[in-house]
Design a protein. Structure first.
Length: 153
């Protein structure tokens, strides 16, 4: 059985080109969000906001939890997804637990994110980790209604 580990995400400028391409393709396949490489590269993700990547033994990226600092108490998750063949086996929960430890160690306790209203799997996941729907974003995504979910870590 192959080994996978969540590790702190380097800033995008320190990822290899291959890793960045893998993340671009993962986000397109799993969330239908299509980023130009330059846009991905400029995301203000931070390890102090709990950002993680899931890697295999060869450092191929199989998942991301990317987060940014909003203010002294708050982080915002910009991307959270795992390769389809590795979903629903607990890796997302593992990432969330590591993310929460990292964020709290930085003195922050509030998290929010945007999710498509039809993404019931992710919404279920976020409810299980204690987030609640707090607002609707009718124009956030091209073809979907967005929901903001927020909670304390
Ligand atoms: C959302 C995601 C990161 C969760 O990670 P994961 O490793 O699949 O989640 P886990 O295996 O830790 O599951 C934890 C719980 O979430 C729920 N869950 C996760 N995915 C689900 C799905 N597709 N449908 C229903 N419930 C789901 C399960 O009920 C599970 O609860 P259980 O432990 O009682 O069975 C992952 O499924 C994913 O990458 N999905 C596609 C991309 C996506 O939608 N990202 C969110 C964008 S905002």
């Amino acid at each position: 059985m192959e080994e996978y580990s969540w590790v702190p995400s380097p800033p995008t400028s320190d990822l290899t080109h291959g890793q960045l391409l893998a993340i671009r393709d993962l986000l397109a396949a799993e969330t239908d969000e299509h980023y130009a490489l330059a846009a991905l590269y400029s995301l203000p993700i931070s390890s102090a906001a709990g950002s993680l990547i899931l890697i295999d033994a060869n450092e191929n990226v199989k998942g991301v939890l990317w987060s940014m600092i909003i203010d002294e108490n708050t982080v915002r998750i910009l991307a959270f997804c795992i390769n389809s063949d590795l979903q629903n086996i607990g890796l997302g929960t593992q990432a969330w637990n590591e993310f929460a430890i990292l964020v709290k160690s930085e003195g922050k306790s509030s998290v929010y994110l945007e999710v498509k209203a039809e993404n019931e799997g992710a919404i279920n996941f976020y409810r299980k980790v204690g987030l609640n729907e707090i607002a609707i974003l009718s124009k956030y995504y091209h073809s979907s209604i967005g929901i903001i979910m927020q909670g304390n870590l």
